[in-house]
Design a protein. Sequence first.
Lengths: 335, 540
Amino acid sequence: MRTAFLSSIAALAVSLAFPAFAQEKTLTVYTYESFVSEWGPGPKVKEAFEKSCGCKVEWVGVADGVELLTRLKLEGEGTKADLVLGLDTNLITEAKATGLFEPHGLKPEGLTVPGGFSDDTFLPYDYGHFAVVYDTEALKTPPASLKDLVEGDPSQKIVIEDPRTSTPGLGLLLWVKSVYGDKSAEAWAKLKDRVLTVTPGWSEAYGLFTKGEAPMVLSYTTSPAYHVIAENTERYKAAAFSEGHYIQIEVAGLTRTSHDKDLARQFLTFMTGPDFQSIIPETNWMMPAAKTRDPLPAAFDALVKPEKTFLMSSDEVAANRKAWIDEWLGAMSAK
Amino acid sequence: MIFARAERRTLDIAGGLALGGVLVFVGAATAVLLAHAGSSGAPLFDAYIGRVARFTLVQAALSTLLSIVLAIPVARALARQRTFPGRVWIIRLSVVPLGLPALVAALGVVEIWGRQGVVNDLLRLAGLQNPVSVYGLAGILIAHVFFNLPLAARFMLAALDRIPPEYWLSSANLGMGSGAVFRLIEWPVIRRVLPGIAGLVFMLCATSFTIVLTLGGGPAATTIEVAIYQALRFDFDPQRAVLLAFLQIAVTAALLWLISLFGRLPEEGMTAGRAIRRFDGCCRRVSDGVVILFFTLFTAAPLAATLISGLAADFGKLAADAQLHRALATSLAISLASATLSLTIALPVVLVPRLAESGDGGVATRLMGRALPAVGSLILLVPPVVVATGWFLMLRSFGETGRFAPFVVTVLNALMALPFVTRVLEPAYRTHLSRTARLALSLGVTGWRRFLRIDWPALKKPFLTAFAFAMALSLGDLGAVAIFGADGFVTLPWLLYSRMASYRTADAAGIALILGVLCLLLTLPSTAPDRQTERPGSDA
């Protein structure tokens, strides 16, 4: 048993092999894991930026955007991050409240994010509208509005995410709030009968949906593009809602404690430029926040383009989130 | 007297180290979180938490009751029917659910019991139109029974196999019926292990998270674990998270204490070590067969569904996937290290109480004899995410936190496996000591020699079984990796979730298949047939 122990320690040591420290300057970017995964934008972005910056990009990937903020709060001033990439607009107020960010001082041109988002501390790099994605083989007439969804046939189910544990879940909560206002609790009480189940995160919900458990799932307008491009199927489509769609904008910001703010700013400028933006659509499966080098792939052209975009200020979300979640809990837990 | 003086001293020291180590590891993390600024000052106990706590206990109690009650006939049937094709594979399968991430298991259960699942397809064939919906309490119970029934049956089977084979000879000679055998022989043995098994299953169900939310149908199904996660992540209120964890420990510990009152120590019977032969097996073949068939269908069907979706993966691509290779190596290294550590901690946890019982120890030994088993099992109630966050806070001042991630994950996994490991080792060791300890001592075989010559040959299977449980648990744990999120430190479950999050469901299913096969392989050494005659007390 002792040899087993020693050999596993040795194996641990091997798995700890970190890249040696390079002599050139390093830009440490905190982001979420799927951004830096092999399939994500990370590897290509790193390669493109390192060509021009004479530096090395080091990614630190945590589970998701919320975890990213938690990580910063845990690290405080001691954070190694020069840049934080991957928060969404709902988290901006809380992120600023940590006092760890400083204004970017940049004036990027050609941003194409609907709803006219602008902020002195955070710059957008991509966005997506939340949407009900449906299975054309199981559902012939998808809901044409949020009202349709709420009041439709309860036997046609939808899987949604939990606003207590996931960003899409919070997105739907804010979407319903934007459309129904004071009547949200009633809307949820009605929608409840159509909800098959409420999952802790997007992966569980999408997994149930693709297994055919429900004909609808709360996801993004961009989801069908993945199925068209990577799986060559038009089976899954997003439903266009006449009231408009709630938007999720992913942003990046520069930390006050950054070792090399010029380099960090250089990255932010690069981020809103065509080299970075061209990578986004087919790796992060989100809409680019600025012009890409080439026109978007055809699959993206065919996506639902919401005519109206909902976005609440992050101050409003921060101030009301708890009360709205309580309201949601009350409506959804009632017998 | 069952231990020599030198052994007693070693046990006292080992017990102290184990107890101190575990308490410091968990205590330091909680203390750091409690001291961390950022509490919202929200009241801990409101109507919401009250509802959540009630639901947690109700679903866990029902899940436990179902798992235990169903496990008894399964274990009896498997113990009676000792030779039929595939028996050993049914026993091996019981480890696999442990090594699957909850998300995978939930989807596997849905493939069988869901709206588009096999069961509803059959019902539709039978002419029933309205699908049976599992989303709600039913789904939670099915998934929890899927996880825990095989576990409970395995532990009970091990207990039944420790019964001296002479009993079966006598009962056959006396012409005892099945009822009398159950009442006089089987039940006393099962009753002895029942509180331990029920406690373990209860804790596993009470701290369930993904299963409860995914299959629960709505936020009415929420456990305290969900509230802890919410407090730590979305609300970032570490103090609240810790206090909720205390609440979880308090309510569950109270229930576990009630369960423990039910237990009773059996008399250990002596045996000449003959092979187990069940004379009552022949006349129960049909009914036992039906029980075993249903059990196997219930356990294997979701696993088969996972297997089938896994086969759709592009294994050619996965085989060349460098990231997968790294994740596989990391996961194996972590699980090997954590299983080794878990068994090392488990030895004093199992042996110090024996020393205390024998009356040879001092006050400290007696105290440790009570504290060690309690700490060793309650550890499952401390949410790993809380401990990991605490350690993250402590370690960040020592530089690159990612470097420590493998060690924190290893220790956390080892502690999580401790309740499983002790439940395998404790009853086996108790029986073994009662049969050999005095003799070994009088012959002067003590210390390492006793372990190698007397204990290991007889307890090899329980040790290997415990090792397999611990490794499987560690393999399937997503755990603390998420907090540290260091580049280059990727485990299989982490990779699985990451592929799933970027739409690559086929890859994820392939990884799930790899995890399942690994877990099955782990069970091979502990279930390999003996070259010599099967010895009682050697099969767990």
